[in-house]
Design a protein around this ligand. Structure first.
Ligand code: NAD
Length: 346
């Protein structure tokens, strides 16, 4: 089979995309693009990629790509995704899908019109522990899920402090849209994306803005946000995300789901990016705790899986519609935080 021709735009996180695609036997990263010429040339040399462009649109035009990865600041997700789709490529776009739901809906409409795939890189689904949780939920062991809490807090961890992440016009928001988006998608996926109805949210900026002021840096997004989502099926999900919070851990991630027959809890180990899963149930009148042990479910990266689904002509695990739903929820949390009122969805 002819290998899929892949192009990657943005060479920060984009480097992980390149490495992920390299593992698939039917994929070849033939070209890369970045507006930063130094970063571009360094990546081309290190990754052994012959074609490289400072203008992504030129790359789309010249390279006849089958697949494009978009890994640039959030503001450019929409225009570059749309241009890549229009050029005839399937697109794997980084999270968050866009700056807001309106942009995400435009991207979805173009994907539908061009009949191309649009995947969103919710990479935290693609861990063996997340797959194990999904299997457990689908097996019915938890019963009906009625409550969840999904969290990503950092003690002090503003990415690229003073740069685009903390500049609302480029990022669309702070830790909620950056970190929260991952934990939100994971919980929603496990809950089978129930239809949301009401959202309450709060956002704060006490710590990071004070540090920014001292260091004379730009920072106009929240440093902590939280939200409560009420679904039409009666379930509730709480979401919390921060880049700066006075907590013990350097980095703390968890997702807890409570069902009528059992509960699960996924949490990060040693303040890092490895996870563990536990399940709690009542059996014969007693309370039991279970731990996930190897062997864990087989799990390939989101990049490998995106290519694999195209080759095998099967649906990708993350749909663009789910990306839009996440953006609607994020918009609603920010709106509720700004107005002090609950926001009705749909
Ligand atoms: N899935 C994940 O776990 C994960 C992790 C990190 C970042 N991300 C996402 O990846 C995206 C990029 O984040 P990052 O950490 O790599 O940021 P970054 O700032 O390190 O890298 C972004 C790169 O994009 C380039 N760029 C900017 N505008 C461009 C344009 N118009 N055309 C071509 N290149 C352009 C920049 O020069 C830079 O090299 C963001 O959307 C972020 O949310 C996802």
């Amino acid at each position: 089979m002819k290998k899929l021709r892949i192009g990657v735009v943005g060479l920060g996180m984009g480097q992980a995309h390149i490495n992920g695609y390299k593992e698939h036997p039917d994929a070849e990263v033939v070209a890369i693009a970045d507006v930063d010429k130094t970063r571009l040339e360094k990546a081309a040399k290190e990754q052994g990629i012959a074609k490289y462009y400072t203008d992504a649109l030129e790359m789309f035009k010249k390279e006849k790509l089958d697949v494009v990865s978009i890994a640039v600041p959030n503001k450019f997700h929409k225009p570059l995704t749309i241009a890549a789709l229009e050029s005839g490529a399937h697109v794997l776009c980084e999270k968050p899908m866009a700056m807001n739901a309106a942009e995400a809906e435009e991207m979805l409409a173009v994907a539908k019109r061009t009949k191309k795939r649009l995947g969103i890189n919710f990479s935290f689904r693609f861990t063996p522990q997340s797959f194990a949780m999904k299997q457990l939920v689908e097996s019915g062991e938890l019963g009906d899920i009625y409550f969840g809490r999904t969290v990503w807090h950092r003690r002090r961890g503003m990415p690229g402090f003073g740069g685009w992440f903390g500049t609302k016009a480029l990022s669309g928001g702070g830790p909620l849209i950056d970190l929260g988006v991952h934990r939100l998608d994971l919980a929603l996926w496990l809950m089978d994306y129930p239809e949301p109805e009401w959202v309450m949210g709060s956002a704060y900026n006490h710590i990071a803005s004070a540090i920014a002021k001292k260091q004379n840096k730009t920072y106009d997004v929240e440093d902590l946000a939280c939200g409560m989502i009420k679904f039409k099926n009666g379930a509730t999900l709480e979401i919390e995300a921060s880049w700066a919070a006075n907590i013990k851990e350097r980095e703390q991630m968890s997702t807890r789901l409570l069902g009528t027959k059992g509960g699960i809890f996924q949490y990060n180990l040693e303040e890092g990016y490895q996870f563990h899963v536990e399940c709690y149930q009542e059996k014969a009148g007693c309370q039991y705790d279970m731990h996930l042990h190897p062997p864990v479910p087989a799990c390939k990266s989101s990049y490998y899986t995106f290519v694999d689904c195209i080759v095998k002509k099967i649906p990708y695990v993350v749909s663009p519609e789910q990306g839009v739903t996440v953006m609607k929820l994020l918009d609603a949390i920010y709106k509720s935080a700004a107005t002090g009122k609950p926001v009705k969805i749909g």
